[in-house]
Design a protein around this ligand. Structure first.
Ligand code: HEC
Ligand code: HEC
Length: 327
């Protein structure tokens, strides 16, 4: 038997109202257009614990190491242990101790989440640039750094969901996110009948608790953004022509370089001084920015910045040539 849902009843009621008004039999057919399969595919990128959503592909630990060393190690450390950014390895078994170390190795319950995260968000300065095979490889390598898969492992859309993460059973719904006055904050059942007429708030998370939960987020991320280092784009910049600081920000350079302060890479004022008397500085720096490399300033690696346009690169190099001024 088909019981008409409340929703269907509403739609039919709505249609009844609209028909005489517009004079058309099915008014919603004329609004907008059907979404195409391609448009859905662009958004439908989530990967589930059972592997639904993973594209076909494969990658080995060894292939992953090459990608990791070139594109991830500068921020996450050669062994995934960088204290400067987020550590990706270690801490397995530490979550219940008084000094929990939360890494993707120790905290995640499904390996597919690691794939999904890296595929969407990493490398931080050039997200969504990795092809599926590269994501499989780098995931294999990060899992190997954690001792979860062996050095000869090859992962693909079938084997990845089968990897058992050490914290698989550590996620539970038996408690709230946090306790407020001794009660969890999330336990409730939606009321479907005989519901209270008036809502009374009987407990709430104190606002200061919410604000302090992660500390000062702005201060924690200051090192990643040019804006917070005092080199915000000047509002007086002529419309249409982006300034060098704006271009650095748009191209993700500020993650590793401050104007007058080094982060992972050198400060632009220092680069400017170093190359002031070098004849073919522009050609050298263009090649370095496009192809990446290391060894001039230290052991940290600058990943290749192939995304940057010729015009943006020229503006940045002129700015470096003129001493990397703050205006
Ligand atoms: C320019 C610095 C930088 C580079 C390069 C980089 N990352 Fe990250 N990564 C970060 C930052 C910063 C975060 C934290 C982001 C956040 O919490 O919003 C992060 C977070 C992560 C996380 C989640 C960590 C967690 O505990 O939840 C993973 C996994 C990760 N990165 C993997 C990679 C991989 C793989 C690469 C290379 C393909 C890479 N990253 C390149 C800066 C970087
Ligand atoms: C993941 C970190 C990272 C990102 C992102 C990054 N760089 Fe670098 N950059 C470095 C490191 C590390 C060095 C030092 C390399 C060396 O010692 O040879 C460097 C060096 C440089 C140099 C000096 C090159 C030399 O050989 O002396 C320039 C110029 C430069 N970067 C510009 C940029 C620009 C422009 C961008 C953005 C399009 C950018 N960088 C993005 C890390 C980064």
């Amino acid at each position: 038997m088909y019981a008409m849902s409340r929703f269907n009843r509403r739609v039919i009621l709505l249609a009844g109202l609209l028909v005489p008004w517009t004079g058309q039999a099915a008014p919603w057919n004329t609004l907008g257009r059907a979404i195409t399969a391609d448009e859905i595919a662009d958004w439908n990128i989530d990967v589930r614990p059972d592997g639904v959503g993973l594209p076909k592909g494969r990658g080995s630990v060894a292939e992953g190491q090459i990608i990791y060393d070139a594109q991830c190690a500068a921020c996450h450390g050669t062994f995934g242990d960088s204290p400067q950014f987020v550590a990706l390895a270690g801490g397995i078994g530490s979550l219940k101790t008084s000094t929990p170390q939360r890494t993707v190795g120790s905290k995640l319950n499904y390996a597919t989440t690691l794939w999904d995260y890296i595929n969407r968000a990493m490398p931080f300065n050039n997200s969504k640039s990795l092809a599926p095979n590269e994501v499989y490889a780098v995931v294999a390598y990060v899992l190997n750094l954690n001792g979860i898969v062996s050095a000869d492992a090859v992962l693909d859309e079938i084997s990845l969901p089968q990897v058992k993460m050490p914290n698989r059973d550590g996620f539970t719904l038996a408690h709230g996110m946090r306790s407020v006055h001794g009660k969890p904050d999330v336990h409730n059942v939606a009321c479907m009948r005989n519901c209270a007429q008036e809502v009374k708030i009987s407990a709430e998370i104190p606002p200061d608790f919410t604000q302090q939960m992660y500390g000062d987020i702005r201060a924690q991320f200051r090192q990643f953004t040019l804006q917070d280092q005092g080199a915000a784009p000047s509002p007086s910049t002529a419309a249409g022509a982006a300034s060098a600081p704006e271009l650095l920000k748009a191209n993700g350079c500020g993650v590793c370089h401050g104007r007058d302060q080094g982060i992972v890479g050198p400060a632009f004022t220092d680069i400017s001084k170093r190359y002031a008397a070098v004849a073919d500085a522009s050609a050298k720096l263009t090649a370095k920015i496009r192809e990446g490399g290391s060894g001039v300033w230290g052991t940290a690696i600058m990943p290749p910045q192939s995304q940057i346009s010729d015009v943006a690169l020229a503006t940045i190099l002129n700015w470096i040539k003129s001493g990397a001024p703050s205006e």
